[in-house]
Design a protein around this ligand. Sequence first.
Ligand SMILES: CC(C)(COP(=O)(O)OP(=O)(O)OC[C@H]1O[C@@H](n2cnc3c(N)ncnc32)[C@H](O)[C@@H]1OP(=O)(O)O)[C@@H](O)C(=O)NCCC(=O)NCCS
Length: 220
Amino acid sequence: MSSSAAATQEETAASVWARIRLADRRDVPNIHRLIRQLAEFELLTHLFSATEASLSDTLFPSPSLPPFLSFTVLVLGLSHSPFSEDGDAPLFAPIVRRIDLESAVEDPEAVEFASPRGEGIVVAGFVLCFPNYSGYLAKLGLYIEDIFVRAAWRRRGLGRMLLAAVAGQAAQMGMGRVDSCVLDWNVNAIKFYEDMGAEVVPMRRICRLTMNKLAALVDE
Ligand SMILES: CC(C)(COP(=O)(O)OP(=O)(O)OC[C@H]1O[C@@H](n2cnc3c(N)ncnc32)[C@H](O)[C@@H]1OP(=O)(O)O)[C@@H](O)C(=O)NCCC(=O)NCCS
């Protein structure tokens, strides 16, 4: 083998192409698996009742709603070769980066998370966001409900890439801010957000009315 061929092989093992694109219905099985993994990570599987069908109906209604002005999922795909041109993405131009790895990554879930788009693409993470509104600012913002990178691929800048994709979109749309909510014990995620420039707001608590409480209030 020539030295240049050897170098190319090594380069393939030590780098990967990452692409963030708008999800569609075909991504639902992977999104469902990713949300389940997030619930397991957060020790909240007792709250996880979404099915592929309910995700599909709620995230991808027909007629479709405009991305970032409604529920929006971006999926992160990885490939060992450059992505082919994406001709069907008028609403959100995919973001592609080459990620240098210190060594080849073993992904035991690669088959389970194969992308519906084929070409050896593996889905490694996602972010789910939707618009909110600040009366103080009189501006729309984006709220990140879920952000997740599968365990095999963490600490390689992919979470940063997902968060930057949402933040960049918010900036481009003239929005006021991007919010997220993190469990108080999730110190790694807190470090992650802080590293991205986020302030952890100490004074706020989530006040949640769950479905049975909503029903109880209907008659009032
Ligand atoms: C949080 C999460 C999305 C970060 O994704 P990631 O791809 O691992 O993050 P990145 O590699 O882009 O990290 C960017 C920076 O965040 C910080 N960071 C990320 N993970 C960290 C960890 N485990 N410990 C300490 N700092 C961390 C670091 O400063 C890191 O930069 P560095 O690697 O150059 O030091 C990912 O760890 C994850 O999916 N965790 C489980 C689910 C979760 O906690 N989601 C957020 C809940 S709202």
